[in-house]
Design a protein. Structure first.
Length: 94
């Protein structure tokens, strides 16, 4: 197991996975069921999969507040988020 943790890519994936778990707290229960973090792009851009264009639009309007709410988690995990993209094409119902 320690060999796996030495791999930077695996460490990064685990850190991101931990960050994604906080989405419900950040977005609120209304959006937690209709959106979820999908991936991170270079430059600190978090891609959020959204159920519909309406959800994407509402989250877009709240983007600044979402990033501010993420800050304590980002600081503890040493991750930077500079922007968020909301994408309906990435949505998959579980």
């Amino acid at each position: 197991m320690t060999e796996l943790m030495g791999d930077k890519e695996i460490k990064k994936a685990i850190t991101r996975s931990n960050l994604y778990k906080f989405w419900g707290r950040i977005a609120g229960s209304k959006f937690a069921q209709k959106s979820k973090p999908y991936s991170m792009q270079p430059g600190g851009i978090m891609v959020i999969a959204c159920e519909s264009p309406v959800v994407a639009q509402e989250l877009m309007l709240k983007k600044t507040q979402l990033i501010i709410k993420f800050k304590p988690y980002l600081d503890s995990l040493k991750i930077k988020i500079n922007d968020m993209k909301f994408d309906t094409k990435k949505w998959k119902q579980e």
